[in-house]
Design a protein around this ligand. Structure first.
Ligand code: DX5
Ligand code: ZN
Length: 223
């Protein structure tokens, strides 16, 4: 299915959702969201193991909004085809540990998928100087990847501002996605720093009412 990707939106991360009822969880938050963020972890690139293309394939049949898969895996190239076939609409791969990143990004684009590069908290904005010309979006990790529910790393704000400057100076149409520790107390400043897409896991699905939390967070993005 072809979707329109919003300029700015909330992207709830199902990592903190109830895995026994993912369809229902997605339906709850979708009216207030533009993307569903799916964290793919392989227990090598990060010390955690989550979901793969089989689950994404099932979710793509029920989701009314685009699926944004964040690959935290070693050797992502060998998985691009499977994720394309699973119905993933956006795919991001990490800058770290990938000597052939340009090739990986081209593989994603060839599949007709929106392609992003993700950077860890210890990777500087300057690491993007070359690859930024090839991607559709940059995912800035504002926690160390691997787990939901961690505290936001404040330096990420300065990094996002630098990336936004790089995008504007080069007149690029590249979106910025922020991922990790995003909540009501930092979403406004992240928006002002130049973020387009706001991943939120525990601040949505870790609350008694994911629907209410998504609605409240999305209101910060709209205004
Ligand atoms: C962490 C993942 C995040 C995570 C965010 O490695 O990439 O997407 O789900 O969770 P919160 O919003 O709880 O920090
Ligand atoms: Zn993520």
């Amino acid at each position: 299915m072809k979707f329109k990707i919003p300029d700015k939106c909330l992207a709830p991360s199902i990592l903190s959702a109830d895995f026994s009822k993912l369809k229902e969880e997605i339906e709850l938050v979708s009216p207030f969201s533009g993307l569903i963020h799916i964290d793919v972890m392989d227990n090598h690139f990060v010390p955690n193991l989550t979901i793969g293309p089989c689950v994404v394939k099932s979710l793509s049949k029920v989701s009314k909004i685009p699926l944004d898969c964040h690959l935290m895996v070693e050797n992502p190239d060998s998985l691009i085809r499977s994720f394309a076939e699973s119905g993933s609409n956006l795919l991001s791969v990490h800058f770290e540990d990938n000597p052939n990143l340009n090739r990986t990004i081209n593989l994603i684009k060839k599949e007709g998928i929106v392609a992003g590069v993700a950077i860890n908290p210890s990777t500087p904005a300057s690491a993007l100087e070359e690859i930024i010309f090839d991607v559709d979006f940059v995912l800035v990790m504002s926690v160390n990847p691997g787990f939901g529910g961690q505290s936001f790393i404040k330096n990420s704000i300065q990094k996002i501002k630098k990336i936004k400057k790089m995008i504007v100076e080069n007149e690029l149409n590249v979106k910025i996605e922020v991922d990790g520790g995003v909540c009501a107390s930092n979403i406004k400043v992240l928006k002002e720093a130049g973020c387009n897409w706001f991943v939120a896991g525990s601040s949505v699905f870790g609350t008694p009412s994911p629907e209410k939390a998504a609605k409240e967070l999305s209101e910060f993005i709209d205004v």
